[in-house]
Design a protein around this ligand. Sequence first.
Ligand code: URA
Length: 250
Amino acid sequence: MTTSPQLQLRQRLESLRAAGVEFLPRTLPLPTPVAIAAPRSLPTKAVEPVAAPIDTRRVALDLLAKEIASCNLCPELFATRTQTVFGTGPLDADICFIGEAPAADEDRHGTPFAGVVGQLLDKILAKCGLRREDVYLLNILKCRPPGNRLPEPIECMNCEPFLLRQLDLIRPKVICCLGAVAARYLLKASVNETPLRGASYMAYGVPVVCTYHPLYLLELTGEAEARAKWECWDDMKMVLRKARRPVPGE
Ligand code: URA
């Protein structure tokens, strides 16, 4: 009887784990993230991504999701979550959107952007000529902070290795940070940084564009809402260009 390479790899990884091997060395070490002092002076040239075969990455991503599901590094999040929220989308997605953390709907469904905030994200994607199924969605934190409070820095630090391994497996052409929390933690920008949107950056060899969080857009009204939505569209055009996708209307 012959077994598929995917099954062979899964069996090999399971036998390593049974033997007590929890982590395998990376073939491609992740570079240290760029520390941002002045966002506009960051290098903008992307390092061409080199990824392992898709089947290997799929198995590794499944294993990572299982590892995250049993994580108990943040006692309060572990005690209050319904489940962890890993991420959704095709493994070979060109574009990755990173939000802040699951809220109540996401905690219940187990998928990012499952509620009303996600509905606005779907509209933004539709304006870009994209469906949710075309992009990869994930969050800085994989657990819901109780009461939808802001993530604590220690919680983001605990979750960061998971996020980086996830991004290393997906290898998008561009990352779009939704909101200040995602932007600050991915780009290591200081809390007092001027808003990061409107420019592009590099993190881990991947171009990064920052824009407003859809929840923030939902809270605006009148002129402020119209202006922010135009700015968000400008950011999305930058995302599409970096992903080498057509920009609707151009
Ligand atoms: N839902 C998410 O998955 N992430 C957010 O940042 C907000 C709502």
